[in-house]
Design a protein around this ligand. Structure first.
Ligand SMILES: [Zn+2]
Length: 91
């Protein structure tokens, strides 16, 4: 917090932010690394914008994954259910 001439011994670059971002958002990074990224983002608007974009992409992907059951999976599920029920019906 004492000026911007030094990033400290653990200075982290925008490139590294980009590489670590997936893990950062997943919460799988060690807390020390997270702190470094938080610290960097604090003083780096381009990285904030980048993360917001990345988050939007991830959110969209997760929403897509949440909603529909793939029709192939549905078919296999139905096939399993049918093959289970068939013997019962025959009794
Ligand atoms: Zn940056």
């Amino acid at each position: 917090m004492s000026g911007c001439s030094s990033g400290g011994p653990h200075e982290i670059e925008c490139r590294q932010i980009a590489e670590l971002l997936g893990d950062y958002l997943d919460g799988t990074l060690p807390s020390g690394t997270r702190d470094l990224i938080d610290f960097h983002i604090d003083g780096c608007p381009p990285c904030v914008a980048f993360i917001n974009t990345y988050r939007g992409t991830v959110d969209a992907t997760r929403k897509l994954a949440d909603v529909p059951i793939p029709s192939e999976l549905k078919k296999r599920l139905l096939a399993v259910l049918k093959s289970d029920q068939a013997p019962n019906k025959q009794r």
